[in-house]
Design a protein. Structure first.
Length: 78
């Protein structure tokens, strides 16, 4: 099962963390799977949710690296 393989892993998440939506919260899935570090490409440009996924992960002991690909992703979003 993929969840078992995620324990103590690092996730490279190119987009903004999902904190709203039809598929559920990816940050909750990462915590439940035992992910220990998430590398985030860009913070959510939607001010209502920006940073909430990061805060959730940090509260649950997940280390965060954010904004590594901000410029490139902003270009792609144009």
């Amino acid at each position: 099962m993929a969840r078992d393989k995620a324990v103590n892993s690092t996730v490279l998440y190119i987009g903004a963390l999902c904190t709203l939506g039809r598929t559920g919260l990816c940050c909750e899935a990462f915590v439940q799977a035992g992910v220990k570090r998430v590398v985030i490409g860009i913070r959510d440009p939607y001010s209502k949710v920006d940073g909430k996924g990061i805060e959730y992960l940090q509260k649950h002991g997940v280390k965060i690296m954010a904004g590594l690909y901000t410029k490139e992703i902003q270009e792609d979003l144009k």
